[in-house]
Design a protein around this ligand. Structure first.
Ligand code: PHE
Length: 334
């Protein structure tokens, strides 16, 4: 009898290892613990056992029953956890949390800022909703001046509008401090333009302003050329063209080599080989008068800069609208 009990124990321990799920486990339970099971049969035979051995055999059978019950219960809870998915496989690789990144325009803006900061400029700021006075009047663009036509915009009231350029920050900075001034002012601007590959009704500019005694046109050209080299590399070419702005005299517009064709001429640069960046010039004496600077003592230069255009050049993007569509397939590439 003792041997039979031992065999049953071994058979159970071997068989339970092959059990794969709750159903198979239940079948095994019936087989070993059920009323018609092997263990029960031995309990029934206990009466025929020699009375001297009976207590010992009885104890062995009880121990075996407990072993069956305990082991089956352990397997049961293990299968249950697997069923509810709570079971943890520590060998699986972890889940990667999605990591945010900067918008390509922000990346370019950060780079522009750090270049100018290294050239001694500090960063100024101004409101996007401006008054007619700061956006036009103080910049020597009186009411009914034809220069307003090119910068038609969205008016909040007759006197308040969405700024059409970052130049009003020039006025705000000069009003708030005496010379010398050396600032850049990055920000968003608005114009009533129909969107296409190179136009968006809102876009970004960086204004630059440097005022001191003895500042000349040469300083302006040097700073813009140095910026171009640091931003795009030594072999970038810069072109200055005469132009007109009411708040600078003389005025220029400047272009960088088209990076798509390296100056040969292509669809993006409309076969010119150049990409227009923005305007610049020497601060008009009338602007100095508007802020109370003495134009007989101080001179200065101002420049604009199209951030979106620079980002298009930097990343070889041929449509400005891509920046503002929030399409993750586009944004993820930067
Ligand atoms: N504000 C001008 C524009 O948006 C650019 C400019 C800035 C020109 C500073 C001259 C000096 O077109």
């Amino acid at each position: 009898m003792k041997e039979n009990i031992e065999q049953l124990r071994e058979a159970f321990l071997t068989e339970i290892q092959t059990v794969k799920n709750l159903q198979e486990l239940d079948a095994l339970r019936v087989k070993y613990l059920g009323r018609k099971g092997q263990l029960q049969a031995y309990f029934k035979q206990l009466g025929q056992v020699d009375p001297a051995d009976r207590p010992q055999i009885g104890r062995l059978l009880n121990e075996l029953k407990q072993l069956f019950e305990r082991t089956i219960a352990e397997y049961k809870s293990r299968f249950r956890e697997e069923d509810t998915g709570e079971w943890i496989d520590l060998t699986l690789p972890g889940r990667k949390p999605p990591v945010a990144r900067k918008h390509p325009l922000t990346q370019v803006l950060d780079e522009i800022k750090s270049i100018f900061q290294s050239l001694g400029f500090t960063i100024a700021d101004g409101p996007e909703v401006e008054t007619d006075y700061y956006n036009f009047e103080a910049l020597n663009i009186p009411k009914l001046h034809p220069a307003r036509d090119m910068q038609d915009t969205l008016y909040v009231t007759e006197d308040i509008l969405l700024r059409t350029h970052t130049s009003p920050v020039q006025i705000r900075v000069m009003e708030s401090q005496p010379p010398p001034v050396r600032i850049i002012a990055p920000g968003r601007v608005y114009r009533r333009d129909t969107p296409d590959a190179s136009h968006s009704p809102f876009f970004h500019q960086v204004e630059g302003l440097c005022v001191d005694q003895g500042i000349s046109f040469a300083d302006l050209k040097a700073v813009i050329s140095e910026f171009a080299r640091r931003m795009f590399g030594e072999d970038i070419q810069v072109r200055f063209r005469p132009s007109f702005f009411p708040f600078t005299e003389p005025s220029l517009e400047y272009d960088f080599n088209c990076v798509f064709c390296r100056g040969k001429g292509c669809r993006v640069c409309k076969q010119t080989g150049w990409m227009e960046i923005s305007g610049a010039g020497m601060v008009d004496p009338n602007v100095f008068k508007a802020v109370g600077y003495d134009p007989e003592i101080y001179t200065g230069y101002a420049f604009g800069m199209g951030v979106d255009r620079i980002a298009m050049l930097k990343f070889a993007i041929d449509d400005i609208r891509l920046f503002f569509e929030n399409d993750m397939r586009f944004l993820r590439q930067f």
